[in-house]
Design a protein around this ligand. Structure first.
Ligand code: ZN
Length: 316
């Protein structure tokens, strides 16, 4: 089978590899799509600490069951599945434990059913424990933010404010049901949120870009005793927070991440259910598709995030 192996920074090479053997509790997937994840960009650029090349990455796999292990009971050959995997996803075949796969309806398109990022967004929203009519501000509204926006809406949020520096993202956020869209270079976001919330700030502020600026801005937008959720994937050096202020404001601080496989799979099941119930629009979010041979180009685009880019996937 063909697999894309990251041999050195910015240098995937397509290699011929053996199709993986499966254990009795595993299924073999014929990959149809593997999403390019922001969390992989630091590896691709060689910036993440302690990297040892070559790397065999890719974890947002959707495909068709080709073979099942002797103990597998939930799946059969030909089933469509989204899976949670620890890498090895940029390949024509992937082996995963049955318990890490979620079955899809045959009507669901492969490139929309990216179970892993959908699960992260679902779990981020569940951790915020949104109440009916809570006001929510999403600071950084890229691919993950745009999924969260829709799930917050479904979960009963009232006012939803999207903050982003790209016009195309704000336009999409409006299409997907945000009540307000703010561009930090065009408006004073802090003042605008104050005006929208009667001077108090939002009930829930979600930092979803993973940089110092968005962390600072989010803390400026949350009301006293409100929830401040750090959802962004913070890579690189340590961040600084104004702890005295955070303390005084009595924020409920939430780490938006989960790590246990059980919660990942649960989030996948919920999110893919919402997708199939048409409560989650992924069609507008998958903006770029690249064949495996163009994986380096795909990563370049994902890293440079041109206007109109939301999410890129590798197709097989
Ligand atoms: Zn991912």
């Amino acid at each position: 089978m063909q697999a894309a192996i990251l041999k050195a920074p910015r240098d995937f090479i397509i290699e011929e590899r053996a199709v993986p053997e499966i254990d009795p509790d595993e299924i073999l997937i014929q990959t149809q799509v593997c999403g390019i994840c922001t969390s992989e960009l630091d590896m691709w650029e060689g910036k993440a600490a302690g990297l040892q090349f070559p790397l065999f990455i890719g974890h947002e796999v959707v495909g068709v069951v080709k073979k099942i292990g002797a103990k597998v009971s939930e799946f059969k050959e030909g089933d469509h599945v989204a899976v949670w995997t620890f890498g090895k996803g940029y390949a024509e075949h992937v082996a995963v434990k049955e318990e890490y796969a979620v079955k899809l309806s045959k009507a669901t398109s492969f490139d929309q059913a990216l179970g892993e990022p959908i699960a992260c967004a679902v779990n981020g929203v569940r951790k915020a424990n949104v109440q009916l009519n809570d006001s929510v501000c999403l600071v950084g509204c890229g691919f993950m933010g745009l999924i969260m926006l829709q799930i917050f809406k479904t979960a009963g949020a009232g006012m939803i404010i999207a903050v982003d520096t790209r016009e195309s993202i704000l336009a999409l956020a409006k299409k997907l049901g945000t009540t307000h869209a703010l561009h930090p270079k065009q408006v004073d976001v802090k003042q605008a949120v104050k005006d929208l919330t009667g001077g108090k700030g939002v009930d829930i502020g979600v930092e979803a870009a993973g940089i110092q600026e968005t962390l600072d801005l989010t803390a400026d937008l949350v009301r006293m005793e409100g929830k401040l959720e750090v959802f962004g994937f913070h890579q690189g050096g340590p961040r600084k927070v104004n702890w005295g202020y955070w303390n005084w404001m009595a924020f409920q601080i939430i780490n938006g991440h989960v790590r246990s496989p059980r919660l990942y799979v649960e989030g996948m099941r919920i999110g893919l259910g919402l997708l199939e119930a048409k409560k989650l629009n992924m069609e507008l979010l998958i903006t770029h598709r690249f064949p495996l041979q163009e994986v380096n180009h795909g990563f370049e685009i994902a890293a440079s995030k041109p206007e109109n880019f939301v999410k890129g996937v590798i197709t097989f």
